[in-house]
Each structure stands twice: as structure tokens, then as C-alpha cells.
Design a protein around this ligand. Structure first.
Ligand code: BES
Ligand code: ZN
Ligand code: ZN
Length: 486
């Protein structure tokens, strides 16, 4: 039994010992009144009683608690639980807990309850069959909590699916395998459709951006389309979410240094987030229509690989001069974004582990957020803040666009002239592939679009309490909120 307590604890909160035996109650009350736990953040105290280990967990100042503090404390609390204690957890929320913070604490536990151990032998002693979690709180919270925790739990299935995909190594998850998994996921679900465009289809459609990047690998590229509730809201404009899905990024002919290259298996996290988002939307029963597109390719050097100096055609009709084959994400997205506009979306959001420069700018604490639409930018920023997946506004400046359209041989260049502002020039590149459309009055405007550079937030975020290591599943929760409550 876990009892989260606030700073200044001098005696057991009301109801702490309800249901415990007399001896146990005395021990637990004595522990709460003693000096070993005061409720400061990071503290915990376990009291063994027969049949139930009672663990006080310090949350810090009651006045300063935020949903982030609550979620992170829940996550750390789960991470520290020993499986030797059994599998039944009761969390007892006593006085001072709001419904919102109870939900966040519980959500933290659920998000943190994740392992990717499918390629490791399990030892026989470790046959824990998973946690069973019960939350207890004052009656007035209960109905609301039943709904909000159930929802958090369902959205978490999407986060965990995104992590699963991200964590898969590139020898096991390549473009066609991602497509196969998407098709398998859609099987038996009435209100979802998945369509995979294989290499041949890409060639027929002229998706040369995706093809150029993927053709150097024996694992050929593909494009995957997700549709939720395809028959709903006919004629209405609905969101389209686009993901970069480079299942491995060697850099291609502009090959990367070997140090750290193993992390480039995560270069498909944009596509993992799209997949996870559809799972989250489906699981929570969202009834609106939503489209998703993922651009899948493996970026390899080979005799058939594209090269620096190449001029490639894209689906848009614009040509790209390749400066670096390692700036491949933007090439595949050029086709995905142009295609997204054909679905007449209310807005487009793309997610991509696009630039090392974004990690230089923002570290691992926030994704970069660029948009051609102030309202959309604000909504994504707000959604990110609400779920504690920060998306930090970055500038989309005309000067960067000018730089990226200054190729002497093609319409657009895939690298900036120098390395400064590399995340901004990448965003300015993407903007070249956002289509204009005409409204009823014949007025032309660009489709609202936002770009999330998740290079720093998709994996390796030591400060993210909700993840032990590996892929984070970042922005499944942000986009679920944006779409369902935005
Ligand atoms: N996938 C990388 C970006 C990346 C690097 C993500 C490190 C996470 C950590 C991307 O394809 C890339 O290599 N970008 C280049 C662009 C440059 C060649 C213009 C980069 O950031 O160096
Ligand atoms: Zn690259
Ligand atoms: Zn990449």
C-alpha cells in the first residue's frame, strides 16, 4: 500500500490505517509520526506489516504540487517498487489530493510500468505477471477518477506501443515490417483502415523523395496511411499527422561517425508516435476522423544509394539538390507533407527526429515547435504543457526559407549554407512542401501546419521520470489531447 504524503507530515493522515489490523495500525501511525518521513520529495519509508507493506512516499510541498510533480512522483514510486512484494498495489490518496493530481500520479505509475525485454532470457525466479493497481480516494473523487484514470490507462497503451516500435532494432523493424505491423493492428478493428504503399506503388506515384532515401537499402521504403473513422464527418476538414520513419539512419554516403550510431534505430520515432497516437485515439473511442501518414525508409550507403550533388524529383514536382544524404528526414517528409495536403486537412502536424541542431538548441527537455499558424502553434504548445511534454516555439523566418531555396541546380536545397540555425533551416525546408489552398471566396492561404523536431525528446531523456530508458513515446499524449480536446 502506497500512501503519498506532503511535506510537514507529523502524524498519519486521516484514513491511513483504515482496514489494517490493530498491530499494523499502531506501527504505521508510529512510523508516520516519527522522524524517518517528513513528506519531502524523494523520501520514502516502508513499514512491514503482516500481509501488507505500507510505503509512505514524500511528494513535497502541498502548495507547490503540480501535475508534473504528481506524475513524476508516481512514476518514480513505481520504478522503486520491488516485485518481491507481490503484484497487488493499493495507492491510498488521503487529504490534500485533487482529482487532477491523483490522475497524474496514477498516470505516472502506468507510464513508467514498461519494459522492453522481448530479446532477453527471463530467469525463472522473475515470473512477475504484472501489477494490479487499485486507487483509493475520498468518495467525491471516485466517479471522475474512474473515467480519468481509465482514459490515462488507454492512452498509455498508445505511448507503450510507440516505445515498442522505437525500441525495436533496425534488423527487426524495417519499413515493410512497420507496414506489416500496421496492417496487423488494423485487423478486426471496424473503424480503422491502414494502407501500405510498397516500393512499386511509390514509384508509380512518383514519391521520389522517399525512394531516393530508401533505395540504397535492400529493405525497400514504403509509406503507410492510417485512417481512423474514415466514414465519419464527411466533408469536414480533419487533422493529418505525418511521421518521419527512418528505421535506421547511417547517414548514407554522407556517413555518420560510428560513435553513437546505434541510437539511429530511433530515427523512426516520428512514425512510432503516429502509430501510437492512432492506438490511443482508437482505444479511447474517439469518434472523429483522423488521417496519419508515415514515410518509412532505411538510409544506407550502397552502390544504389543516392549521393550528394544528386537532384531528385519529389511528389510535389519540386526538385531537391542533395547536399548531405544525412539530411534524409526532410526528403522523405517532402512527399509525406505534399500528400497530406491532398487529404484537405484542417491542419497538418509532422513529427521528426530531424536535426542534431535541435538537441543543441533545446537539450532533452523540449521538442522544437515551428508553425505557419499562430493559433495552431499556441494550441500545440498548450497541449504539450498540459501533459508535460514540452513543445517550445521556434522561429520560421523568411531568411531561412530564402537560404533553403537558393540552390543553383534545383528548387530547394536539403542543407543550409552553413551549420548555424540547423533546426530552423530544416523547418524552413519543410515549409516549401506545405500546399496552399483556396477558400470559398477564392482566397489562397497556406494549410495550417506545425513541425515538431523530436530529436532531443524521443529517446535518451534521463530526466524523464516516466521512462527508464530507450524510446519515450513522446507526443502521443500531446496529440491525443490536441485532437480530442483541442
Ligand atoms: N536523424 C538525424 C538527426 C539526429 C541527430 C537526431 C542526432 C537525433 C540525434 C538527421 O537525419 C540528421 O542526420 N540530420 C543532420 C542534418 C544535417 C546534415 C543538415 C544533422 O542534424 O546533423
Ligand atoms: Zn540523417
Ligand atoms: Zn535522420
Amino acid at each position: 500500500m502506497i500512501i503519498p504524503v506532503f511535506k510537514g507530515l507529523d502524524k498519519a493522515p486521516n484514513n491511513t490505517t483504515v482496514g489494517l489490523g490493530r498491530g499494523a495500525s499502531i506501527a504505521v501511525k508510529a512510523a508516520a509520526a516519527g522522524d524517518a518521513i517528513s513528506g519531502k520529495a524523494g523520501e520514502s519509508l516502508s513499514v512491514w506489516t503482516k500481509g501488507c507493506t505500507v510505503i509512505f512516499v514524500g511528494v513535497g510541498d502541498k502548495e507547490k504540487i503540480t501535475h508534473k510533480v504528481a506524475r513524476d512522483t508516481g512514476a518514480k514510486c513505481l520504478a522503486n517498487l520491488s516485485k518481491d512484494l507481490g503484484s497487488d498495489i493499493v495507492v491510498r490518496f488521503t487529504s490534500g489530493w485533487s482529482s487532477e493530481n491523483i490522475t497524474a500520479f496514477t498516470e505516472g505509475m502506468i507510464l513508467r510500468d514498461y519494459e522492453f525485454d522481448k530479446y532477453q532470457k527471463k530467469d525463472d525466479e522473475n515470473n512477475h505477471s504484472g501489477w494490479c493497481l487499485e486507487c483509493q480516494a475520498h468518495d467525491r473523487h471516485l466517479q471522475g477518477l474512474a473515467d480519468s484514470i481509465e482514459k490515462a490507462n488507454l492512452v498509455a497503451t498508445g505511448v507503450h506501443l510507440a516505445r515498442d516500435l522505437a525500441n525495436e532494432p533496425a534488423n527487426r523493424l524495417y519499413p515493410d515490417e512497420y507496414g506489416r505491423r500496421a496492417l496487423e493492428w488494423a485487423e478486426g478493428k471496424e473503424n480503422v483502415e491502414v494502407e501500405v504503399w510498397d516500393y512499386e506503388r511509390l514509384q508509380k506515384e512518383g514519391m521520389q523523395g522517399v525512394i531516393a532515401v530508401g533505395k540504397g537499402s535492400i529493405r525497400k521504403p514504403c509509406m503507410v496511411f492510417f485512417r481512423l473513422n474514415p466514414d465519419a464527418q464527411e466533408g469536414k476538414k480533419v487533422p493529418c499527422i505525418v511521421g518521419k520513419g527512418i528505421t535506421f539512419d547511417t547517414g548514407g554516403i554522407s556517413i555518420k561517425p560510428s560513435q553513437g550510431m546505434w541510437d539511429m534505430k530511433y530515427d523512426m520515432h516520428g512514425s512510432a508516435t503516429v502509430f501510437g497516437l492512432f492506438q490511443a485515439l482508437w482505444a479511447t473511442g474517439y469518434e472523429g476522423r483522423v488521417n496519419g501518414i508515415t514515410c518509412m525508409a532505411e538510409n544506407m550507403p550502397s552502390a544504389e544509394a543516392y549521393r550528394p550533388g544528386d537532384v531528385i524529383d519529389t511528389y510535389s514536382g519540386k526538385t531537391i539538390e542533395i547536399f548531405s544524404t544525412d539530411a534524409e528526414g526532410r526528403n522523405v517528409l517532402s512527399d509525406g507533407l505534399w500528400k497530406a495536403a491532398e487529404l484537405n486537412p484542417s491542419y497538418i502536424v509532422d513529427l521528426a527526429t530531424l536535426t542534431g541542431a535541435c538537441v543543441v538548441a533545446l537539450g532533452h527537455e523540449a521538442s522544437g515547435l515551428w508553425s505557419n499558424d499562430d493559433k495552431l502553434r499556441e494550441r500545440i504548445h498548450e497541449a504539450g504543457n498540459a501533459v508535460d511534454e514540452l513543445a517550445w516555439p521556434m522561429p520560421l523566418l523568411p531568411a531561412f526559407e530564402k537560404e533553403m531555396t537558393s540552390s543553383k541546380f534545383a528548387d530547394v536545397r536539403n542543407g543550409g549554407k552553413g551549420r548555424w540555425g540547423g533546426a530552423n533551416t530544416a523547418a524552413a525546408f519543410l515549409k516549401q512542401f506545405i500546399q496552399e489552398r483556396e477558400d470559398e471566396n477564392g482566397e489562397k492561404s497556406e494549410i495550417p501546419w506545425a513541425h515538431l523536431d523530436i530529436a532531443g525528446t524521443a529517446w535518451g531523456v534521463d530526466t524523464n521520470a516516466c521512462v527508464a530508458h530507450g524510446g519515450t513515446g513522446v507526443h502521443v499524449r500531446t496529440l491525443h489531447r490536441l485532437i480530442t480536446q483541442g
